[in-house]
Design a protein around this ligand. Structure first.
Ligand SMILES: [Zn+2]
Length: 261
């Protein structure tokens, strides 16, 4: 028996959405296991994942960028930006974005179940989103990717919901210093020395994929210092993430062949 608790109008950045809050009873699964994963969200690589089992995955979400070019161009060609045609394009674009977020969240939760992950730690970008004046930063111009801070919040909400259904906890944590710190020795640098996507540590010599280094730091945030120091981990995997791309044919995410130089 469902009953509506609340109805909200939510501005997503380009359109209004009506959100209905229902009271429903759902069966929540037991946690798939005790393992952990860290997720770093960003603009170039939408999500980087560092698993406790020493594997890493990158989700570039280039399909958002392709859609940005395509829909941007067609909307610009409309005579009138408030025309029915332009509105139709905006709606279609927004629906596709929603689909990507749902497909990605579903895929990540499936991976967590396979890898017996019981706890996801995800970088919280809501503090990054607004500057000192409370102005919402426009991320849209970066790499022509039409993404605002809300995209990350929205994705985190979808992921949290889907994960909890499978008994997986999602813990948002501050991203502070996670990109500056070496995930291997803990050395923190003032200037973030990231070159061509690589994080290079002068203290221990670690060379890692910069997004994976951030994700691994995020994974460790809620762990106790003794749990972290007891970990006996190699670090070669930090430089060898596999890339998982959205397949437009199947409408799902599929791993690509790992490219090694
Ligand atoms: Zn180091």
């Amino acid at each position: 028996m469902k009953s509506v608790q609340q109805v909200r109008a939510v501005w997503t950045g380009d359109e209004w959405e009506l959100h209905f809050v229902w009271r429903v009873e759902i069966d929540v699964s037991d946690a798939p296991g005790e393992s952990t994963v860290g997720i770093d969200l960003g603009i170039c690589t939408f999500a980087a994942l560092a698993y406790e089992d020493e594997t890493a995955e990158l989700y570039p979400l280039g399909c958002l960028k392709e859609d940005g070019y395509y829909f941007g161009k067609h909307i610009a060609n409309c005579d009138d930006s408030s025309s029915e045609r332009a509105e139709q394009l905006h709606r279609k674009w927004s629906n596709r974005r929603t689909h990507y977020f749902h497909a990605l969240a579903k895929h990540i939760v499936e991976r967590c179940v396979e890898k017996r992950v019981g706890s996801i730690t995800i970088g919280d970008l809501s503090g990054v989103r607004e500057d000192k004046d409370g102005e919402v930063k426009n991320w849209g111009k970066h790499g022509n990717l039409d993404l605002h801070g809300w995209a990350f919040d929205r994705f985190t909400n979808v992921l949290t919901y889907k994960a909890e259904m499978q008994g997986v906890d999602v813990n948002p944590v501050s991203e502070r210093d996670t990109s500056k710190t070496c995930s291997c020795c803990g050395q923190e640098r003032d200037a973030n020395r990231v070159e061509r996507g690589l994080y290079v540590c002068d203290s221990c010599g670690l060379v890692a994929n910069a997004d994976v280094n951030g994700a691994e730091n995020i994974r460790k945030v809620p762990l106790s210092p003794s749990a972290v120091s007891a970990e006996d981990r190699s670090n070669g995997w930090l430089a060898q993430p596999s890339t998982v791309l959205f397949d437009k044919e199947t409408g799902a995410f599929a791993p690509q062949e790992q490219v090694r130089s």
